[in-house]
Design a protein around this ligand. Structure first.
Ligand code: SAM
Length: 213
C-alpha cells in the first residue's frame, strides 16, 4: 500500500475519535455496547483505504464492521470514506494486528477478513505474514465457535503458503476458489487491490477456513 506522509493525519485522528477509536483495548468485550446494538462483529485486518469495509457495511447493515489498519496515513483515507458513506456500522482502529487479543475478547468476533495481505516473500520474513501460525492463534482466540477466516489474495505464493499454514494449524478449509471472479460470487465486494489486480487479468484466490474444536 503506497503511503504518503500526511501531516494532517494526527489532527484528523484527534478530531474523529468516533470513527477511528483511540485506546481500543478499553472496549474489549464492549464493542457491541459502542455500536449500540447486538449485531455480530466482523473484523477486517489490514483494511487499507477502506473500500471493502464500506462496501460490506452497505451490503450488510445488520453486521458491525471493524477495520484494523497499521498505517496512520492509510487509515485516515479509510476514515474519510467511512465518513462520506454515513454508515453507522463501521469503526476503525489504527493498530498492529499483533495486538488483536488485547482488543477483542474470546468469542467477540464472528468473521475475520484478510484481504490482499502483504506477501512478505522472503522466508526470513514469514512470521510477518498475516497467515503465519502466531497470527492464526490470535484469530482463534477472538473468533466465536464456527467463526470464519476469509482470505483473498492475488498472490499465488502467499495463497499456497496460507492453505498449508491453515491446514497445519488444524483448521478446516471450507471453500477454496482459484479464480473468484470466474466462479462469480454475486456477494463479493472488491477491495482496492482486488480491482487493480483483476483489471490486469490476474486471478483472485479466496479461501474460507474455520478453527476446529
Ligand atoms: N486490504 C486492502 C486491499 O485489499 O486493498 C489493502 C491491502 S495492502 C497490500 C495491506 C494493508 O495491510 C496495508 O495497508 C498495511 O498497512 C496493512 N497491514 C499490514 N500488516 C498489518 C498488521 N500487522 N496489522 C494491521 N494492518 C497491517
Amino acid at each position: 500500500m503506497r503511503q504518503r506522509n500526511k501531516p494532517w493525519a494526527d489532527d484528523f485522528l484527534r478530531e474523529n475519535t468516533h470513527l477511528v477509536i483511540p485506546n481500543p483495548s478499553e472496549y474489549k468485550n464492549k464493542w457491541k455496547e459502542l455500536f449500540g446494538n447486538d449485531n455480530p462483529i466482523h473484523v477486517e485486518v489490514g483494511t487499507g483505504k477502506g473500500q471493502f469495509i464500506v462496501g460490506m457495511a452497505k451490503q450488510y447493515p445488520n453486521i458491525n464492521f471493524i477495520g484494523i489498519e497499521l498505517s496512520k496515513s492509510v487509515i485516515v483515507t479509510a476514515a474519510e470514506k467511512v465518513q462520506e458513506s454515513g454508515q453507522s456500522n463501521i469503526l476503525l482502529i489504527q493498530e498492529n494486528a499483533e495486538n488483536l487479543t488485547d482488543i477483542f475478547m474470546e468469542n467477540e468476533v464472528s468473521t475475520i477478513y484478510l484481504n490482499f495481505s502483504d506477501p512478505w516473500p522472503k522466508n526470513r520474513h514469514a512470521k510477518r505474514r498475516l497467515t503465519f501460525h502466531t497470527f492464526l492463534k490470535r484469530y482463534e482466540a477472538t473468533l466465536a465457535y464456527n467463526g470464519e477466516l476469509i482470505f483473498k489474495t492475488d498472490n499465488r505464493g502467499l495463497f499456497e503458503y496460507s492453505l498449508v499454514s491453515f491446514s497445519e494449524y488444524g483448521m478446516l478449509l471450507k471453500e477454496i476458489s482459484l479464480d473468484l471472479h470466474k466462479d462469480h460470487d454475486p456477494e463479493n465486494v472488491m477491495t482496492e487491490y482486488e480491482e487493480k489486480f483483476s483489471a490486469k487479468g490476474q486471478p483472485i484466490y479466496r479461501c474460507k477456513a474455520v478453527f476446529q474444536e
